[in-house]
Design a protein around this ligand. Structure first.
Ligand SMILES: [Zn+2]
Length: 457
């Protein structure tokens, strides 16, 4: 696997022409993807679902078992008539995946194994805006290194059951103990314009980054880890996480909005992420909505995020704690928002006026997006989600007032329930997709510490 692979191509696992190795890779991927999406299955069921020969499936399964990417889970009775069948499930408990997000005031981490079992999850407050590129990259490297150490240690503990196991019925047997997890891929979410193919951040206005070769610099910083690094825009990754597992999962036409200091958009049209010619689409935070308005991080004036970004709300709701005022330590964004939520719950008139103002601007920008893309939902993340009960009524009313189709457009604002971790979750999911697309790129398992479970016959 090369750095910065374009995930949309990989995520679809399109059949490839060409030789035996390529065909085998595709088929291995097909089997793994089936197990990821449908939970534990028998070889016969996999053959039927994928259209592969039963003998081929058995042959592929031998390799996947050898690589410990699947495991026998015993006997499956569910829905089958006649003889019970031996089932297998996605394993990969020794394969670590790290999703990271660097944003204006924090670094977030989401570490899992191949099955999506969450092993490390946290957010670290960090003033990326005021720290400069080099310092920010060092901090990102430090947090990544620490998370990798924790993932490695977590892998030494007993495996939990993966999400796919919920689909198993009557399955017996437990996962083999980990005993040495190795990080096989790292995804990084950045609030800015990203050249995904090269892992380069072309511009991240709110971080003050321009032409930062993030993938290669992080790889160098992590030295011996030797896991490929993929970089993508935070809103795109969060939108993919929402599409996969959020409140509006599976909605083919949706817009996701990050609610941080900056506001980015991930736009899903007909079930596909919209990227544009250069991958720079979704910069909705810089729609010029008020040319006479205040200065934006991008250097222009009156961008949408100067009206609805967290800094705008903080400036109006808690002026004495506005961004840019030197305070140490840097207030955690969730703490800032929690303070405002307490004020709103207590009926603070200044805060109520601030949230109404931001809500109306949110609806105005939303109406532009609805006129352009006609989404069924606009999923809002970050602080928009935390303050949804106060913000969204104003936003929804303004939206319906301004959209050309009016209420007929039937677009609802909904609050994400993935929290501040949506982008790092999306980054981890993209890496998992890449690994499932090419299981042969996953290194050999570390020394086996636990014997495989005997299977019932
Ligand atoms: Zn701007």
């Amino acid at each position: 696997m090369t750095q910065g692979q374009h995930f949309t191509r990989l995520a679809r696992g399109a059949a490839q022409p060409a030789g035996h190795a390529s065909l085998r890779r595709t088929n291995l991927s097909l089997v793994l993807r089936h197990l990821r999406d449908h939970g534990s299955s028998s070889r016969a069921d996999i053959a039927e679902a994928t259209g592969l020969h039963r003998a081929t499936v058995s042959n592929l399964m031998a390799e996947l078992l050898e690589r410990r990417l699947v495991r026998e889970v015993g006997i499956e009775h569910a829905g089958t008539v006649g003889r019970p069948r031996r089932a297998v499930a996605l394993d990969g408990a020794h394969v670590g995946v790290l999703g990271l997000e660097i944003n204006v005031d924090y670094v977030a981490v989401h570490g899992t194994d191949l099955g999506g079992r969450v092993l490390v999850e946290r957010r670290v407050g960090f003033d990326a805006m005021g720290s400069g590129t080099d310092h920010s990259l060092r901090e990102l490297g430090r947090v990544a290194r620490q998370a990798i150490d924790e993932l490695t240690r977590a892998g030494a503990g007993p495996s939990g059951l993966g999400p796919g196991d919920l689909a198993a019925s009557g399955a017996s047997g437990v996962a083999a103990s980990g005993g040495g997890i190795r990080v096989a891929g790292i995804g990084v979410a950045v609030p800015g314009l990203v050249d995904v193919g090269h892992g380069v951040v072309a511009l991240a206005p709110n971080l003050g980054w321009r032409d930062v070769s993030l993938a290669s610099r992080l790889s160098v910083a992590l030295g011996d880890v030797q896991a490929p690094v993929t970089v993508d825009n935070d809103a795109n990754l969060a939108a993919l996480a929402e599409y996969t597992s959020g409140v509006a999962a599976g909605t083919a036409d949706m817009v996701y909005l990050t609610g941080e200091v900056g506001v980015g958009g991930g736009i899903i049209v007909g079930g596909r992420l919209l990227r544009g010619a250069d991958g720079f689409s979704g910069e909705v935070g810089h729609m010029p909505v008020d040319p006479g308005g205040s200065r934006c991080g991008c250097g222009r004036s009156g961008c949408w995020e100067t009206k609805v970004g967290l800094a705008a709300l903080v400036r109006m709701a808690t002026p004495d704690r506005a961004y840019g005022m030197a305070t140490a330590p840097v207030p955690d964004p969730e703490e800032r928002v929690a303070e405002i939520a307490r004020g709103l719950a207590g009926g603070d008139p200044l805060m109520l006026a601030a949230v109404a103002e931001v809500g109306r601007w949110l609806g105005l920008g939303g109406s532009i997006l609805v006129n352009l893309f006609n989404p069924r939902v606009i999923v809002v993340g970050g602080y928009f989600a935390t303050l949804a009960r106060w913000l969204l009524p104003f936003a929804q009313a303004e939206l319906e007032d301004l959209v050309v189709a009016g209420p007929a457009a039937r677009c609802r604002f909904v609050a994400s329930d993935l929290g501040f971790g949506a982008a790092s979750l999306g980054a981890a999911n993209v890496v998992i997709n890449q690994l499932i697309d090419d299981p042969t790129a996953i290194g050999s398992p570390p020394v086996r510490l636990a014997a495989p479970q005997p299977t019932a016959t």
